[in-house]
Design a protein around this ligand. Structure first.
Ligand SMILES: [Mg+2]
Length: 364
């Protein structure tokens, strides 16, 4: 499958979907692809060596207008619209600053390790047909992005391809696809169109994680939901030396840690272009020790750990200014988004069984 996808990254959907009939647009697409491929650096990493981040075109770029055409007028009208507008680049979407920051880290890694394949590798995932690929390529060139891999599924699910690509993180606007990816063991999160965006660092990638049901499993969250806060504190104290099980995003933190160590090995710990944060509603004294001991036992260094003891996360995240923040609870995602943070929802664990919009004074 990998060979097939390498051979046909854009011009053909990699599934058994019917191929589009040849048109002047697809001829131009081939020319664009050749031009694009010529610009691909020779050390494009193999997927098993790279940290692969798959991003759907709907969160990478703003495509609301096109979505509306598709929903209101159907697929044929939509394809016609895309071809008519193929020279108009899409505006940046919520994942755009994050992807830009990944590229900044890659540039630093290439300086230090010119031959290494341990880099971020970005895959643009779209359900679209090849006609829309031209507009996407034009957009990528317009924004000076180095996205070398496309996964155009022509309407079918990308999850099988994500596995073949050894995907370390999948970001999408489609919550069902995100759940499907999580069920397959792929770190994944749903992104939303923000109304307000805080400016983020251009030289340092900042990634912030919630603890329970994101880096860790939801076992402690279950105690809290079933028996309340006091029982939760008691449980965490009693189990202080028992490691928490891993959650869906642990692997991505691990991948970030692997790249961070490459900077440390060159004496760039203080100037590392990757910084990670734990932003948890746990409180330091009563339930923080277990979280920190678990991370230490996993061999994962998190640069900053913030124990908020139930305080809202939005104001803290506003100070951190991460490129992305992951949380399993929608009210934290919404609270962060209201203050301008790009927050992504990890639909995993016991919290999904409760009303996702419910407010909680504890905010665990
Ligand atoms: Mg949580």
């Amino acid at each position: 499958m990998w060979a097939l996808m390498q051979a046909a990254p854009v011009g053909m959907p990699p599934s058994s979907s019917p191929s589009p009939s040849p048109t002047s647009a697809s001829t131009r697409a081939s020319a664009d692809i050749r031009q694009h491929e010529a610009a691909v650096p020779s050390n494009t990493p193999k997927p098993e060596n790279a940290v692969t981040v798959a991003v759907s075109s709907r969160v990478m770029f703003r495509t609301e207008r096109e979505q509306k055409v598709f929903e209101q007028k159907g697929v044929e009208e939509y394809l016609r619209y895309q071809i008519e507008h193929e020279n108009e680049p899409f505006a940046p979407g919520p994942a755009f600053p994050f992807v830009k920051a990944l590229e900044t880290v890659n540039a630093r890694l290439r300086e230090l390790y010119p031959q290494s394949e341990e880099l971020f590798d970005i895959v643009l995932v779209t359900y679209n047909h090849a006609h829309v690929g031209i507009r996407l390529i034009n957009t990528i060139n317009h924004h000076n992005l180095f996205i070398e891999r496309f996964c155009m599924t022509g309407g079918s699910s990308p999850i099988g391809y994500l596995k073949a690509w050894h995907t370390n993180l999948y970001l999408s606007a489609d919550a069902d696809k995100v759940r499907e990816a999580l069920a397959e063991g792929i770190a994944a999160a749903t992104m939303f169109m923000p109304e307000k965006l805080t400016e983020v660092s251009e030289s340092q990638l900042r990634v912030a994680f919630d603890g329970d049901a994101v880096l860790f499993s939801d076992e402690s969250e279950r105690i809290f939901k079933a028996h309340g806060l006091d029982k939760f504190f008691e449980h965490e104290r009693d189990n202080e030396d028992t490691l928490l099980d891993h959650g869906p995003l642990k692997g991505f933190l691990e991948a970030l840690g692997k790249l961070q160590k490459k900077f440390y090995a060159k004496g760039q710990r203080l100037d590392c272009p990757i910084r990670t944060y734990l932003v948890t509603a746990r409180s330091a004294a009563s339930s923080g020790i277990r979280a920190l001991k678990t991370l230490r036992a996993w061999g994962l260094e998190i640069d900053e750990a913030l124990f908020l003891a139930g305080a809202p996360k939005g104001p803290m995240l506003e100070k951190i200014r991460p490129h992305i923040y992951f949380d399993d609870q929608m009210f934290h995602v919404e609270g962060a988004a209201e203050m301008g943070t790009v927050a992504a929802h990890v639909p995993y664990g016991i919290a999904q069984k409760h009303n996702p919009k419910q407010k909680s004074s504890v905010g665990k």
